[in-house]
Design a protein around this ligand. Structure first.
Ligand code: XBP
Ligand code: MG
Length: 241
């Protein structure tokens, strides 16, 4: 029996990565770095979950000047860049730069109304979740969710299943009673690693990813209701019976 829906944030609830990309480039300019990530490079860099990890991966790929700064300086500078980036992203969301994806709000509302628990399992920062969902659901957005697991609670990033196993534990539910919603290969691997049947809605940044093993891969969640999810969920477990 389906008891809970667990949602990824970036790329799943909303197409956020273009706003994240602009915020990263703003931070690089603010601190005088001559880096400018374009869409093609960012699409590749999204293979690394976590903004700080993504900056570090890029810096290491540049190799040239990383030794000049020393490890402590590297981590501090990455943290400084990420703080500036997060503030810029938060402002962009407040200014309306990001929209929820089709069907997401309807599904969140109908699932809650039909007694399903809702949870969030994301790699992004708490500030980013709050900015997005305050805008979409109002100041009491947290009341819609039984559990929120994010970069601050699950330090091992996707495709590590940590964020999903912690979400299931806090929900007090087994994976077979839940569905996960993701947009990326890392996210799908993390959810499947926790034993979760997963509905994937790719976006422009993740269209080329490998979604082998997804319960369904859909262009969006428009028109996907709770009854349909219950049917897909049941078929997933009847097939395994
Ligand atoms: C996607 C990510 C995040 C965002 C940037 O998270 O990997 O790193 O790209 O946000 P999700 P931060 O699991 O929601 O798809 O800079 O806060 O990491
Ligand atoms: Mg995502």
């Amino acid at each position: 029996m389906l008891k809970a829906l667990i949602f990824d944030v970036d790329g799943t609830l909303a197409d956020t990565e273009s706003a994240h990309l602009a915020a990263f480039n703003h931070a690089f300019a603010e601190l005088g770095f001559d880096w400018h990530w374009d869409t093609a490079l960012y699409t590749r860099l999204l293979a690394v979950s976590g903004g700080k990890e993504r900056i570090k991966a890029h810096w290491q790929s540049q190799a040239t000047d990383i030794k000049d700064i020393g490890v402590g300086g590297l981590e501090d500078t990455i943290a400084q860049l990420h703080d500036i980036k997060t503030a810029a992203y938060e402002q962009a969301v407040k200014d309306g730069a990001v929209q929820m994806r089709p069907g997401v709000l309807d599904l969140l509302c109908s699932a809650g109304a039909q007694g399903l628990q809702l949870a969030i399992a994301t790699t992004t920062s708490p500030v980013n979740i709050a900015a997005l969902l305050r805008k979409a659901l109002g100041a009491d957005w947290k009341a819609h969710f039984s559990v929120v697991e994010d970069a601050s609670t699950a330090p091992r990033k996707k495709p590590d299943p940590m964020v999903y196993t912690q979400t299931l534990s806090r929900l007090g539910l087994q994976a077979r009673h839940c569905l996960a919603f993701e947009d990326s290969e890392n996210g799908l691997r993390a959810a499947m690693g926790a034993g979760l049947a997963t509905v994937v809605t790719p976006n422009d940044f993740t269209a080329a990813h490998d979604f082998t093993g997804a319960l369904r891969t859909l262009p969006h969640l428009q028109g996907v209701g709770v009854a349909q999810l219950r049917e897909w969920h049941q078929s997933a477990f009847m097939d395994k019976a």
